[in-house]
Design a protein. Sequence first.
Length: 277
Amino acid sequence: MRRVEELAGWVGDGGVVALSGAGLSTESGIPDYRGPSGLARRATPMTFQTFTGDPAARRRYWARSHLGLRTISEARPNAGHGAVARLQELCRLDGIVTQNVDGLHQAAGAHGVVELHGNLAGIVCLDCGEHSGRAALTERLDAANPGFSAAVSAVNPDGDVEIDESGLADFTVVDCTVCGGMLKPDVVFFGETVPPERVSRAFALVAGARTLLVLGSSLTVMSGRRFVLRAAKDGIRVAIVNQGVTRGEPYADLVVDGALGQVLPEIVRRVEGVTVQ
């Protein structure tokens, strides 16, 4: 509790920027990539190169993602998301940068979220650049694949699922309604680069922060860890709340190992000045 109390003091000072990862959404039923041990739960997810270069792999991805979206779309913000939104409302949180693609920060009431890796709710055409919503694509895929179903054995944080793939050869992929081009979820796949403007916005938030608060990220990939490295280099306090190991600990001034759905609401209560029995 001493570390939680210290962190509450830092957050109470204001000037906090949050960097969230998949661990924040696990209590909403969306598993993270690595878990507390730091070991990957699955092989590398779909890469951009495979998606664009292999029609069979692309068909497999869309079939699995089509089923997986049901789980992602049914997920609701948990107490951790609610606490982050409340800290923003209390003017202690100046910005939110997330590696997640589930939109749960916004669903909890947060605003101005920098979504580094995009959002599964959007679709982009790789040929003409047309953006559209996932709901419309879901209707089109349903119409093109009547009766398609498969038993889901595992759900992944990128909206993909593990299923019996024996019937996937008959799954029909639909194309862009504007140009007939290749459609892709408007998220950053492995092998893609995060759009520079998002990175710049995130770095600008970190540069103006008093504290960088990492929430539920193992910081294994450079996409998120670079902000911790920059904060440490610039003398900005780094605090991490996560279950299990992270690669950011050597650069952190404070680490709290605990469930975010418990720790973050406790931080809010302390910031609001409520006495906890």
